[in-house]
Write a protein that binds this ligand. Structure first.
Ligand code: SAH
Length: 444
């Protein structure tokens, strides 16, 4: 079988006697042998058995646990080819779903060093012959496999996890057991401020009491240079959700800090924060460029999270109004505004599709609208409000080209012109695609 394409999940797509098969690990242009694993009416899945003719884009995955882990899906593809795959995926979606053609989709902005880029790891902990192990769940299972290094995480993360396993194990900490609901340590979460070098360790426990807690914490502090915060999060629920409701500082500060461009962010155990800080700066740089601010504009940042884009834009805007559904994120956003001494920002908790129409009814309009919705895209009510409000410029930051294309069609029909699209690679070696779009109101 010959592989013709890559699906949005990064699986090879081929046809066998007219029937479509998805083959994980296979690349476009390859002639392969595969064995069907799951057959449905319209399409099926197959396991790659042999590569008869490899593609020029094939490369050897550097990660020794690549196949078992499943966290990355494109390590077997040359990085330049990954970037082009992502660009083309955006272009195809715009054309097929959005009927948008002739709009430049620029080459994906990639990383010079597309490894060790993540600033946050969430590592499940288990046990083997009395010792603690930690790493990842084997694909489609809850079996924990021990791991020494994850090549997309910051090196410090590997170091922290290794020390926690060793030190907590030595002090008699047992790993949580999903089946019996016994044991203590469920996950270790690490966060690293790339710009500041500050490190947070979060121990997620099934209960309050940690044996030899003070000794354990002191040993962790002295064995991992850079640690500025150790916190415990208690989660006693029988569930796959990682965090529980209660968080306590065991040592150091409640927050670590990081900077993107000239803006500083406080990051707590629970706060959402972009996981690839290097590319985030490029993504937001593009958003700022597309917003083309002169200092006179009122800007609305819908789906603002902890205010990352809002604060970035506030450096050049008259005023930025951020809206976000999670109240805790809005608290973080306000704290971050104070931290940076920014007074020209206002944050509101609520649904973008409820709050922004209300602002509009009250006569508050934006000159520039920025949206950065979750995978399902913008709510139609919000899009209708944008069309009615007519901000001169719209900047759409998207993590899902399919819903992006759908939403751009609505904006185009409502009087906007899609000017250009810039994909930015936020998650090298995975099939995630992020992009920023510049839209202008058409001249009437
Ligand atoms: N712009 C932010 C976060 C983008 S992620 C950043 O770059 O850091 C998308 C955000 O939309 C999440 O924080 C999510 O909580 C929020 N969200 C989801 N549905 C929403 C809705 N209906 N209204 C407002 N915010 C919403």
């Amino acid at each position: 079988m010959v592989i013709e394409d890559l699906s949005h999940e990064g699986n090879g797509v081929g046809r066998y006697q007219g029937y479509t098969l998805f083959v994980p690990g296979a690349l476009p242009g390859e002639r392969i042998q595969a064995k069907a694993t799951k057959l449905k009416k319209q399409f099926g899945y197959a396991r790659l058995m042999e590569i008869v003719e490899p593609a020029a884009s094939r490369t050897v995955p550097p990660c020794p646990i690549y196949k078992r882990c499943g966290g990355c899906t494109l390590q077997h593809m040359d990085y330049q080819a990954q970037l082009e795959f992502k660009r083309k995926l955006v272009e195809d979606n715009l054309r097929r779903i959005g009927k948008i053609e002739g709009v430049p989709v620029h080459p994906t902005i990639g990383m010079e060093e597309p490894w060790r880029y993540r600033n946050k790891a969430q590592v499940p902990i288990g046990e083997e012959e009395g010792g603690l192990i930690g790493g990842f769940y084997a694909q489609r299972s809850h079996e924990i496999i021990d791991m020494e290094a994850c090549l997309i995480q910051h090196e410090k993360s590997d170091e922290v996890v290794a020390r926690v396993k060793e030190i907590a194990g030595k002090h008699g900490v047992r790993a949580y057991n999903e089946e019996t609901h016994g044991g203590l340590l469920r996950h270790v979460v690490t966060k690293v401020g790339f710009a500041t070098g500050q490190i947070m360790i979060v121990l997620i426990t099934n209960g309050e009491k940690i044996p030899n807690r003070d000794a354990l914490v002191n040993e962790l502090v002295s064995s991992v240079p850079g640690v500025t915060s150790i916190v415990q999060n208690i989660n006693t629920k029988k569930s796959n959700v990682i965090f529980g409701d209660e968080t306590r500082v065991l040592w150091g500060e409640e927050y670590i800090y990081d900077t993107i461009g000239d803006v500083t962010f406080a990051i707590s155990a629970r706060s959402f924060y972009q996981v690839n800080p290097v590319q985030t700066e490029r993504l937001y740089g593009k958003a700022l460029e597309y917003a083309a601010l002169t200092g006179e504009e009122n800007v609305i940042d819908a789906y603002c999270g902890i205010g990352t884009i809002s604060l970035f834009l506030a450096q050049k805007a008259k005023h930025v109004f951020g809206v976000e559904i999670v109240p805790d994120a809005i608290e973080d956003a306000k704290r971050n505004a104070r931290l940076n001494g920014m007074n020209n920002v206002t944050f509101a908790a609520g649904e973008a599709e409820t709050v922004i129409p209300k602002w509009y009814e009250e006569g508050n309009v934006a000159d520039v609208m920025v949206v950065d919705p979750p995978r399902k895209g913008c709510d139609e009510k919000l899009l209708d409000t944008i069309v009615a409000m007519k901000p001169e410029r719209v900047v759409y930051v998207s993590c899902n080209p399919a819903t992006l294309a759908r939403d751009l069609r609505i904006l185009e029909d409502g009087g906007y012109r899609t000017v250009e699209v810039q994909p930015v690679d936020m998650f090298p070696h995975t099939s995630h695609v992020e992009c920023v779009v510049r839209l202008y109101l058409k001249d009437e």
